[in-house]
Design a protein around this ligand. Structure first.
Ligand code: PEP
Length: 252
C-alpha cells in the first residue's frame, strides 16, 4: 500500500539516555498530530536503542526501524546483525543502501540485494536508498545513476518488490543544508515510478512509497511533500530534535 511516511534516521547519534528522552518528547508532541491509516511516523535509531525504544513506543502508532542488517542469514560475521535478530525484536523497517554506507563501508550492489532479500524473508520492510553524487548531477548523469541503483533490486518478484519503500536521497543534499528543489525531487520520483511501472506494472508503481531525503526541514517539507510523487521524507539531522521532527510530520 502506498503510504505517506516521515522516517527519522538518527545515524550514529544519541546515547541511551538521550535516545529515551528524545522518544519521550516525540511521543508527547505527536499527540497533537492525527495520522490516517496511510500515514506513518518511523524512528530509525542505532542498534543499541532498538529494544528500549520498542518498549518505550509501546502501543503508540510510531513505527521503528534499524539502520543496517547483514546480507547473510547467520554465521561467523563478528559485529553484524541478522534480519532474523531484527525480526525477533519486531522491527517494522530497515534501511538498505544509505549513501553513507555505500561510501564508507563500500557496500556493493550484491550486498544491498542480499540485505533486501534477507529483510523481506524476515517480514521487515526495506527502505532502499539511492541517489546521485554532486559530480553525477553536474555532469547530467543522474537519471542513468538512479536507474542503475534501482534496477539492482529488479530481480525481486512483484510480491517482494511491493514491500519495498524507496528513498531518493541525492548525496549532495545529505547533511549539507542544500535541499533538492521540490521540482528536482518530483522529476526523479516520477522517473523512478515510471521505471517501476515498466518493470512491475502501473498498479505496483502507484502503490510504491517513494520518500525524499536530503536536508529536509520543517521550512521546506511542505513544499517537497506537496509534489505528486513525493510520499514523505527520510530525515537525518532534523530528526534529532523532536520539535523539528514533528514540524516535518505536520507538513504531511
Ligand atoms: C539521511 O541521512 O538520510 C538524511 C537525509 O540526512 P539529512 O536530513 O541530515 O540531510
Amino acid at each position: 500500500m502506498r503510504k505517506k511516511i516521515v522516517a527519522g534516521n538518527w545515524k550514529m547519534n544519541k546515547d541511551i539516555e538521550e535516545g529515551v528522552s528524545l522518544i519521550s518528547e516525540i511521543l508527547e508532541l505527536s499527540k497533537s498530530v492525527e495520522l490516517s491509516a496511510k500515514e506513518e511516523i518511523v524512528i530509525i535509531p542505532p542498534f543499541i536503542h532498538l529494544t528500549e525504544a520498542k518498549k518505550k513506543l509501546g502501543s503508540s502508532e510510531v513505527k521503528i526501524g534499524a539502520q543496517n542488517v547483514h546480507h547473510k542469514a547467520e554465521g561467523a560475521y563478528t559485529g553484524e546483525v541478522s534480519s532474523r535478530m531484527l525480526a525477533s525484536i519486531d522491527m517494522d523497517y530497515c534501511l538498505v543502501g544509505h549513501s553513507e554506507r555505500r561510501t564508507y563501508q563500500k557496500e556493493t550492489d550484491e550486498q544491498m540485494l542480499g540485505k533486501t532479500r534477507q529483510l523481506l524473508e524476515a517480514g521487515i520492510q526495506p527502505i532502499f536508498c539511492l541517489g546521485e553524487s554532486l559530480e553525477e548531477r553536474e555532469s547530467d548523469r543522474y537519471f542513468e545513476v538512479v536507474k542503475s541503483q534501482l534496477t539492482v533490486i529488479f530481480t525481486l518478484s512483484e510480491e517482494e518488490f511491493s514491500n519495498v519503500v524507496i528513498a531518493y536521497e541525492p548525496v549532495w543534499a545529505i547533511g549539507t543544508g542544500k535541499t533538492a528543489s521540490s521540482d528536482q525531487a518530483q522529476e526523479i520520483h516520477a522517473y523512478l515510478r515510471r521505471l517501476i511501472s515498466e518493470k512491475y506494472g502501473e498498479a505496483v508503481a502507484n502503490d510504491t512509497t517513494i520518500l525524499y531525503g536530503g536536508s529536509c526541514k520543517p521550512e521546506n517539507a511542505a513544499d517537497l511533500f506537496s509534489k505528486e510523487d513525493v510520499d514523505g521524507g527520510l530525515i537525518g539531522g532534523a530528526s534529532l530534535d523532536a520539535q523539528s521532527f514533528i514540524g516535518i510530520i505536520k507538513a504531511l
